[in-house]
Write a protein that binds this ligand. Sequence first.
Ligand SMILES: O=C(O)C1=C[C@@H](OP(=O)(O)O)[C@@H](O)[C@H](O)C1
Ligand SMILES: C=C(OP(=O)(O)O)C(=O)O
Length: 444
Amino acid sequence: MEFLDLSPIARVSGTVVLPGSKSISNRTLLLAALAEGVTEVKALLASDDTGHMLEALRKLGVNWQQHGASRDYRVEGAGGAFPVKHGDLFLGNAGTAFRPLTAALALSQGTYQLSGVARMHERPIGDLVDALRQLGADITYLGNEGFPPLAIKPAFPHPSPLPLAGEGDGVALRGLVRVRGNVSSQFLTALLMAAPLAGQDVNIEVVGELISKPYIEITLNLMRRFGVEVERQEWQVFTIRAGQQYRSPGEIHVEGDASSASYFLAAGAIGKGPVRVEGVGKSSIQGDVRFAEALASMGANITMGDNWIESSGSGKLKAIDLDCNHIPDAAMTLAVAALFADGTTTLRNIASWRVKETDRIAAMATELRKVGATVEEGPDYIRVTPPAALTPNAVIDTYDDHRMAMCFGLIALGSVPLRINDPKCAAKTFPDYFPKLQSIAQNA
Ligand SMILES: O=C(O)C1=C[C@@H](OP(=O)(O)O)[C@@H](O)[C@H](O)C1
Ligand SMILES: C=C(OP(=O)(O)O)C(=O)O
């Protein structure tokens, strides 16, 4: 197993230009592929997750070119469903590729198989498949019921009317789809983005609580930029009227990744700073910019411009008790920052951590204990009490989870050396994370 030995970091300061947002990159690629016209995508994220989406789109007959070695791409939209009507797609562990492509392909009148890494085959997709079946989709589980891999066949004889879903239980809207919202918001995102392919009005009703709501805002924002309006009643019912077609906005600039920003902002607060991240700021459409608020409540000094955020601090943080449902990814950074706090930190409403790249509540608890923390875990929370002094030379396992690798890198700021196993798993969203962390570090 490859590993990375980190020396103690005495302090950090400097500026980091962020890689592109994963969530915006993969949504933009898919919408550009389905749109009429050519989209110039600027500053796309280069990582495993976007690589899987690009590769899948190529196989599905979508032409795209990278401009030289830049992060800029030209995508020729198919003007509707995918041109290639059959194929096997391998999507790694990229939720933002797997879930939205499942929905778009289920409404593309073709025969496809979708698979991923072993962990992707343990990540639930049943709620999305149930919802797509209400629209007439023909989807079969090739492994365990409710999980990838999936086989998709042509849905219904296009453009014949869809079945009347929901009849008999009080609602009889044509094209009514019900989807559960409490496992992953990516299911609703996937339905929303694919809805214009259904050839009729689609009403999506969210059943139960909707988690990770800010990601739905990203979805609606990008759909709007590609010319499709969604009518909504709060977080409950979303209507996509028939007759709308994605149209290229010409050019889309991908913001820096706000979740990736969290590691450097936390570093600035723990390692004195100032650390500035460039690429996200006040005008960001990503919910994870609100990580900065959480860090401020731990005592960090935060300043923000339209396109940058800066953090600094005394090195000592205040413990917090926070509902993190709106920032599920950046909340992992808070769990490690909690090691530098003056008491017990509780992060609540994070049940979705258990079905992501690994069981993140269990993984976080196990690895934090290796550096001496006292950790209590529950079905949907984690409680971290820091030790008097961090245990040196911990060997941190990363569970093929990019965020485990990235947030545990911050432990070097606690004056201890440590080893990170399999640091290259950071490539899911941030291939040069560790060099960038070193670039702002002054070693002790
Ligand atoms: O839609 C998106 O881009 C994402 C939604 C979130 O997932 P959940 O909705 O499953 O919490 C988040 O954790 C993931 O990294 C990206
Ligand atoms: C949950 C994550 O990824 P995915 O898009 O695969 O769901 C993540 O990046 O933290």
